[in-house]
Design a protein. Structure first.
Length: 568
């Protein structure tokens, strides 16, 4: 009896998982198409973003032509090499050559108080002496002998040390009446040495200005000026002034009241109070000459008025009998004209009448200044405009071009966007067009030596000499071409770019919204695919279970059948 061996069929391996993947792959084709469309939209957004950024940079370069007054900028040169005059000009300054002859510089008025307002040397040690220079420890030399001193020594101790070091040959003494130190010697006298480590001799203003007295046979030298100075930071009552100021008071300086208190205010405090007031004066203490000086903050023929002192400070400072030196105005001529004056050494249009020109002078010389158009500034600005213009043209061309080679047509990411391609044409038309209503020599870019480079949409400076000459000689015509109200090139390009940037942004927004819709579609498809995979998987698992059961039954029947046959 023939037998049917179904076990081979039931046990035969069946890769149902691969079949499920293949079925799902077929069903996924709409999703793949949507994903490709989404990638393309993203690439379009990136291209549009790049173009919009380039248009913004072009718009910025156009705005720079409008805001920085590049066409009316001026520069000034001098015929004097390495001039120390400082000349500058504002936008729109009058062009021309100006020969300026300065015969007198402006100076400030000064009031120098009397010298020696201090009471003379005071202090128990070298460290506390009221000298102009702080005395340092070390040694100094007299006739080649080292005299060692310490800042804790008294002046008398130093004098003893001098006498001892020179074996009694040199005698030192302080003359309180003249406020000077005197050195006398029975023999030749030599002061100081290159290797001295103390500044005592300098602080005491002792030099080798030695005199010889034939009658006594002695050599001597004396301090070159008085030694005692005012203690700047001590109260006026104890500052070492020849006439102390113990009480309070007030004085007037150029009509401004200055108050003081001799018991608490130091000279430094009073000077700072003057400088911080509205008197327009700088006050200072000259420690070398032991006097106070006042100087106007402004140059020119202005006075310094003092008065109304209720506490005697002006007398103590030697200002009431001081020497006044009047300030003077600057005097100059322009192009050989009449003598002009200025209270300041900065000669501005109010002094010389030349629009936009300002010259700060510091020497009584004659120089020729030439005010010319700052062509370099405008040239650079125009170059920047051309560069940004060409960048926009290149990006649009790269993103929209369609090429054909050997019968194969190749497109670009924005080839299907005719609006973007039109932007390049519109920009070229604006750049190539003529500005109407102008009466000057510049009505189009070609009049500046600027034209398109061959058949491309790129601008280029074809005649650099023509551009430079026009910028220097006819800046007003150039400015009118670029900046004539709503009709100038700047206004036209700026307005167009504003519209084009909005259209670019709108296109990006549409593409972004499309991608959001695609996200929803992809998600819906994915849910269907997931459900379909689950259904197929469950079906094949059920089939696999049934197959396993059938295989078990087949094994049972086969064993039973062949066993019974063998028995018979």
């Amino acid at each position: 009896m023939a037998t049917v061996n179904v076990s081979n069929f039931l046990t035969k391996s069946f890769d149902w998982q691969t079949m499920v993947d293949q079925l799902i792959e077929v069903s996924s084709r709409p999703k793949v198409t949507l994903e490709k469309e989404q990638v393309k939209n993203t690439e379009k957004i990136a291209a549009l973003t790049e173009i919009k950024t380039a248009m913004q940079e072009l718009q910025d370069s156009v705005q720079a032509l409008r805001e920085t007054a590049v066409f009316s900028a001026r520069t000034v040169s001098s015929d004097t090499a390495n001039t120390t005059w400082k000349a500058n000009s504002t936008a729109g300054a009058a062009l021309g050559t100006h020969r300026i002859a300065v015969t007198q510089l402006a100076t400030v008025a000064k009031l120098q108080g009397n010298t020696d307002i201090g009471a003379g040397l005071s202090g128990s040690t070298l460290a506390t002496l009221n000298t102009a220079a702080t005395i340092t420890a070390g040694f100094f030399s007299i006739n080649g002998k080292h005299v060692a001193i310490s800042t804790t020594d008294s002046l008398d101790q130093v004098f003893t040390a001098i006498n001892t070091a020179t074996a009694g040959a040199v005698t030192a003494a302080y003359n309180a009446a003249s406020d000077r130190i005197e050195l006398t010697s029975s023999g030749p006298l030599m002061i100081g040495a290159a290797n001295d480590t103390s500044n005592f001799l300098g602080a005491m203003r002792l030099t080798n200005n030695v005199t010889f007295d034939g009658g006594t046979g002695t050599y001597s030298t004396t301090s070159s000026s008085t030694l005692g100075t005012v203690k700047l930071n001590s109260p006026l009552a104890s500052a070492g002034l020849r006439t102390a100021v113990p009480g309070t008071g007030s004085f007037s300086l150029n009509g401004v009241a200055i108050d003081y208190d001799g018991a608490t205010d130091s000279l430094a405090t009073v000077l700072a109070r003057i400088n911080a007031s509205g008197a327009g004066v700088t006050a200072a203490y000259d420690a070398v000459n032991d006097r106070v000086t006042l100087a106007n903050n402004k140059t020119g023929d202005f006075g310094i008025t003092l008065g109304g002192d209720t506490g005697g400070l002006l007398d103590s400072l030697g200002l009431t009998g001081g020497a006044f030196a009047a300030g003077q105005d600057a005097q100059f001529t322009v192009n050989g004209g009449p003598v002009l004056t200025s209270s300041s050494n900065t000669l501005d249009p109010t002094a010389h009448g030349i629009t936009g020109l300002s010259v700060t002078v510091n020497s009584e010389t004659t120089q020729t200044l030439e005010v010319v158009t700052d062509g370099a500034t405008s040239f650079t600005a125009i170059q920047n405009f051309i560069e940004k213009f060409n960048t926009v043209q290149s990006l649009i061309d790269t993103s929209t071009k369609i090429t054909s080679s050997a019968g194969k047509v190749t497109t670009s990411i924005l080839s299907d966007n005719r609006e973007v391609d039109k932007w390049a044409d519109q920009l070229r038309a604006l750049a190539f067009g003529t500005i109407s209503g102008l009466t000057g020599s510049v009505k189009r870019l070609d009049d500046l030596g600027i034209d398109f480079d061959g058949i491309t949409g790129q601008l280029a400076i074809k005649d650099e000499a023509k551009l430079s000459t026009t910028l220097l000689e006819r800046p007003d015509d150039v400015e009118a071409f670029f900046l004539s109200g709503d009709t100038g090139l700047v206004s036209k390009v700026y307005s167009f770019l504003t519209t084009a940037k909005k259209a670019d942004l709108d296109a990006q927004t549409r593409l972004s919204k499309d991608n959001l819709k695609i996200d929803t579609q992809i998600a819906d498809i994915q849910r269907r695919l997931d459900a379909e995979r689950e259904k197929l998987t469950n079906s094949f698992l059920a089939m696999q279970s049934a197959q396993s059961k059938a295989q078990s039954q087949n094994t049972y029947l086969t064993n039973t059948f062949f066993k019974n046959t063998s028995s018979s």
